[in-house]
Each structure stands twice: as structure tokens, then as C-alpha cells.
Ligand binder design. Structure first.
Ligand code: AMP
Ligand code: MN
Ligand code: MN
Ligand code: MN
Length: 285
């Protein structure tokens, strides 16, 4: 059985349309998929309506990946199995959309000062109807010939500690966890090792996340080393949290994970998916 509870579509910064993502998941034999676009459920909604789901072979779990800040760090929280029409979530998502627009204007002003003019128009054009983010600035820089590839745009201008790394607009961790919980969902701390925190700070982040109502941590989020998986499972165990798994798929790339992960090495930890599988299992017995 393959599952994937962390993926992106063209509704945020992914390359595939929601229907194409579902199609790819089906081809790869994924039986449970969550579309977790950055701060929007538009990709999920489009996938629900797509014909690709008609076969019934794939269970689509409602999802989202919310941006927030904790102690000056830009942290991502994945919400799974939530009511995407819940008014608290809807209000939160419209705030996030506004925050992204305002942030984009600030990023563009900062880039302008570095001699990169026209960034806002360029990034907006690259984003189209998608939720605008730093990858759209990176795409514009590549198209303009300012950098050879997106990763260089992040290294020079957009990544951690660089001028385009603007966090000020995001709500705090507790708030976004609250939206997910209010909408009946499960809050998952996304890719905990990506924040490059010290052990002590990662433990504090995870404890604060749990205190806010968080339920699980991602122990697999794309390509990672075996010892990273072990470290994350130990974190989950110490903090008494369930675990989630995903590819964080954005597009087909030689260095990135493709859709679908095998739930294994769980060593007694509880998978978040057991929460929505449980009723079905009960009705079978
Ligand atoms: P944002 O949502 O605007 O804060 O942008 C964050 C997104 O940028 C992440 O979800 C990644 O998809 C992408 N990203 C982050 N770091 C890099 C990098 N070094 N190279 C390419 N893409 C990146
Ligand atoms: Mn992304
Ligand atoms: Mn993320
Ligand atoms: Mn992601």
C-alpha cells in the first residue's frame, strides 16, 4: 500500500494540475492522497471535481499546508482530513491569501533595491491564479536570466536569512493549529528537520505544537536519510505524537521524491491515517 499525505499542485507552487496529480498518483498505485497546497484548498476542490477520481481506487483526503511563524522561524503545518468549508478555516485562508499578496509586495521592494526591477509584475504573472509565493519570484528570475535555476534564486535572494525571506505576515503557530482543529482536522508538523533548529529548539517547537493542539509530526517528507527518519520517530515518541508521511511532491525531478510512500518502520507509532481508516475497519468486522 502506498500513501501520500503531502503534495502540491498548480494551485500553489506545484507543476501538475490537480487532475494530473491524481492521475499520476493512480498510475503509481497510491491508495490515499492528500493535496496540501500552500495556504489554499483550491487544488483539493478541483481534484474532487475531476474525472480522474471516478474510478474510486484512490481515497482523496482533504488537506492544506499552512504557513506560520514560531519564535522567528517560518514553520509549516499540514492540516489533514478537515472540513474545507468550515468558516474558521475559510477566514484563516483568506487572511493567508492577503498575507501572501502583501508579502509579495515587500519582497519585490527589497529585490528592487538590489537592482531587480519589475519583480512584482513578474512573480504575479508566473503565479497566475495560484497562491503567490517565493517560487514564483524564483521562476521570474530564471526567465529573466538573473539566475540559472530556482535553487540559485533561493541561495542568493529568497532563502533563509536573505532579503526575500519575509516572515512578518504569517500568523503564529498556535493560531493556524487552531484553524485546523476548529475545522475538525488533524494538525501535522511538516518536515521538522527543514527548519535547521538545534535539538533543544526542535524539541521546544514540537512541545509547543502539541500544546497548541497539534497531533502528529511528519517522519518522512520527501528524500531523506535513514538516520533522519530515526531521529523524527524518536521525536514523535518522546512527544507522544502520531506520525504522518508524504513526498512533498512539487514536480518530477531527478533529485526529489516521486508520489507515494510505503508506511513502514513505524515501530508502534500511530499513523494519522488510522484515524480515518478506523470507522471502515470497524464496519468490516
Ligand atoms: P513560500 O511558500 O512563498 O514561503 O515559499 C516556500 C516554497 O519555496 C517551499 O514550499 C518550496 O517549494 C520552495 N523552496 C524553498 N527553498 C527552496 C530552494 N532552496 N530551492 C527551490 N525551491 C525552494
Ligand atoms: Mn512549496
Ligand atoms: Mn513546506
Ligand atoms: Mn509542502
Amino acid at each position: 500500500m502506498l500513501v501520500d499525505f503531502h503534495t502540491h499542485t498548480t494551485a500553489s507552487d506545484g507543476a501538475l494540475s490537480p487532475a494530473d496529480l491524481v492521475q499520476r498518483a493512480l498510475v503509481r498505485g497510491v491508495s490515499q492522497l492528500a493535496i496540501t497546497d500552500h495556504d489554499t484548498v483550491a487544488g483539493y476542490r478541483a481534484a474532487v471535481a475531476s474525472r480522474a477520481l471516478a474510478s474510486g481506487e484512490l481515497h482523496l483526503v482533504p488537506g492544506v499546508e499552512l504557513s506560520c511563524q514560531w519564535s522567528g522561524v517560518n514553520v509549516h503545518v499540514v492540516g489533514l482530513n478537515l472540513d474545507v468549508d468550515h468558516p474558521v478555516l475559510a477566514a484563516g485562508l483568506s487572511r493567508q491569501a492577503e498575507a501572501r499578496q502583501e508579502r509579495a509586495a515587500v519582497i519585490a521592494r527589497r529585490l528592487e533595491k538590489l537592482g531587480l526591477s519589475g519583480a512584482l509584475e513578474g512573480a504575479r504573472a508566473a503565479a497566475g491564479d495560484s497562491q503567490i509565493g517565493r517560487p514564483h519570484f524564483a521562476a521570474w528570475m530564471v526567465a529573466q536570466g538573473h539566475v540559472a535555476e530556482p535553487s540559485v534564486a533561493f541561495d542568493r535572494y529568497l532563502g533563509r536569512g536573505k532579503p526575500g525571506d519575509v516572515k512578518a505576515f504569517w500568523p503564529v503557530l498556535e493560531e493556524v493549529v487552531g484553524w485546523i482543529v476548529a475545522a475538525g482536522g488533524v494538525a501535522v508538523l511538516a518536515h521538522p528537520l527543514k527548519y535547521r533548529l538545534t535539538r533543544t529548539r526542535l524539541e521546544r517547537l514540537t512541545a509547543d505544537f502539541r500544546a497548541a493542539g497539534g497531533a502528529a509530526v511528519e517522519v518522512l517528507s520527501g528524500r531523506q536519510l535513514p538516520n533522519e527518519g530515526r531521529e523524527l520517530r524518536e521525536l514523535a515518541r518522546r512527544q507522544q505524537l502520531a506520525v504522518s508521511l508524504g513526498s512533498d511532491f512539487h514536480q518530477e525531478q531527478s533529485w526529489a521524491a516521486d508520489l507515494g510512500v510505503e508506511p513502514r518502520h513505524l515501530e508502534g507509532l500511530r499513523g494519522v491515517w488510522e484515524r480515518w481508516q478506523a470507522p471502515e475497519q470497524e464496519s468490516c468486522t
